[in-house]
Design a protein around this ligand. Structure first.
Ligand code: PLP
Length: 484
């Protein structure tokens, strides 16, 4: 693949510019000696047509949710309705300045207020903030809220956060960044938290637990009420990671399960694509005892007027400029209004049905270490194939078939993990096609393992030498080799 710098330079210029209306004279006379560059800039000299073709060709090498199934476990890479993009692009939303006076920003404040109310209802909790801009950012906020809670109570000895080994990777990182130490709780053979191991850890040094719901195996903690009760009885708090909300939205509420903090990934569950490099939003809901610590400003409503309310002296302060990523909130709001109660129940129903459909079919071909009903995702193992075929080979071979591989080598509690989340928006036809390809690859692994070891062979980039890439990373484009 060439970059624009690798094309042979054209004669002349690539566009037609208006006549120069800057005073003429030598650049040194006009700008002053110190501002004149000594060498010509290294800018590729190409025509507009060359550049358009270059970028169009590059864009065709991309793979996204609009191309086909994107079964990246944990990421909820589902189809996001284009209508919500249109709504977020309306000038009244897209062009509003964050410092617009409140009387002129009533519509935007109303969207934020009403979205918070909808999320509060979905969570069954006391209050919601939209300020965090990622799931992990919501987790960090949650950990700050834990801290503040224990500081105000004078319980500063609570320095440990308990984390099941089935938690999402950002959970222990967030706890550690907030200054807690992390104690790992082993899962049992059913893939859920072992209650006895949990109880053995509960003492006055424990700030609380962070629970991914459902966990990274796609399994719901069937003892979640007992877990929450045990933690609360020991004086701790419960953080529930809600990035997997598409598996139970409209059917169960974290507030009823004992959550003190719950984060939403608006950019997974509610119509903003995850992993697109764009902005995210990690709204956070809290139980009654943490409400006063929420970041300022709050969005307040008095009569029909909305305003930003900074008057919360016990707040931990702001954790992001202004009020988070507003346009992500707009998309979530549009999505919620479109779907309504019934639609949201369908989301979770379809997410769980699709995952179980695939799991039942694929467990005939691949090993399934935790063989039980899953929620929105499940984790296969790439173990058991001859000739050192491993999960990375299976993933690379999927690329040859034009399919995005699932998440691999995570969660760590499954060896050679293939973590598959089909999401609620895939059709039966698309699930069958994905399953057929994985079945073909399993056959190839037994009969022609070299096909897997050499994959991908049909992609623009072949298999990288991972050892070289780690040991001798080349991090900059070699401009030095070009002549100006
Ligand atoms: C994606 C995810 C997160 C982190 O969200 P980011 O927005 O990527 O920071 C946390 N927990 C779970 C379970 C997730 O799937």
């Amino acid at each position: 693949m060439r970059t624009l710098f690798d094309y042979p330079p054209r004669e002349g210029v690539g566009g037609i510019f208006p006549t120069c209306d800057v005073p003429s004279g030598s650049p040194a006379e006009v700008l002053g000696e110190g501002l004149v560059r000594r060498n010509a800039p290294r800018i590729p000299n190409l025509s507009e047509g060359d550049v358009a073709r270059h970028y169009t060709q590059l864009s065709k090498l991309n793979y996204g949710v609009d191309d086909g199934i994107y079964p990246l476990g944990s990421c909820t890479m589902k189809y996001n309705p284009k209508l919500n993009e249109d709504v977020a692009r309306l000038a009244g939303f897209a062009d509003v300045h964050p410092r617009t006076d409140e009387p002129l920003a009533q519509g935007t404040l109303r969207v934020l207020f009403e979205l918070s109310e909808l999320l509060r209802g979905i969570s069954g909790m006391a209050a919601v903030t939209l300020q965090p801009v990622a799931g992990a950012h919501g987790e960090l906020l949650g950990m700050f809220l834990f801290k503040k809670h224990f500081e105000e109570r004078g319980e500063t000895g609570r320095t440990r956060v308990l984390l099941p080994d089935s938690a999402h990777g950002t959970n222990p990182a967030s706890a550690a960044v907030a200054g807690f130490s992390v104690t790992e709780i082993r899962s049992n053979e059913r893939g859920t938290v072992d209650l006895d191991s949990l109880r053995a850890e509960l003492d006055s040094s424990v700030a609380g637990i962070m629970l991914t719901v459902p966990n990274t195996l796609g399994i719901f903690e069937e003892n979640i009420l007992d877990i929450a009760r045990a933690v609360h009885e020991a004086g701790g708090l419960c953080y529930f990671d809600g990035a997997n909300l598409n598996s139970f939205i409209g059917r169960a509420r974290p507030g009823d399960m004992g959550a003190d903090v719950f984060h939403f990934n608006l950019h997974k569950t509610f119509s903003t694509p995850h992993g697109g490099g764009g902005p995210g939003a990690g709204a956070v809901a809290v139980s009654e005892k943490l409400v006063e610590y929420l970041p300022v400003p709050w969005i307040a409503k008095a009569g029909e007027t909305y305003r930003l309310d900074w008057d919360h002296p016990r707040s931990i302060g702001s954790i992001h400029a202004f009020y988070g990523n507003f346009l992500v909130a707009v998309k979530a709001y549009a999505y919620l209004l479109q779907l309504g109660d019934e639609g949201l129940r369908e989301v979770s129903g379809d997410a769980v049905l699709n995952a179980n459909y695939l799991q039942e079919r694929l467990k005939k071909t691949y090993s399934l270490p935790y063989d039980r009903r899953c929620k929105h995702e499940f984790v296969l193992s790439g173990e058991g194939f001859p000739d050192h075929v491993s999960t990375i080979d299976i993933a690379k071979r999927l690329i040859d078939y034009g399919v995005h591989p699932p998440t691999i080598y995570f969660p760590l509690i499954v060896r050679e993990a293939l973590m598959i989340e089909p999401t609620e928006t895939e059709s039966r036809e698309s699930l069958d096609r994905f399953a057929e390809i994985l079945e073909t690859i399993a056959r190839e692994a037994r009969e022609h393992p070299e096909l897997l070891h050499n994959a991908p062979t049909r992609a623009p980039v072949r298999r990288l030498d991972q050892t070289q890439a780690a040991r001798n990373p080349v991090l900059t484009y070699p401009f030095g080799e070009q002549t100006a």
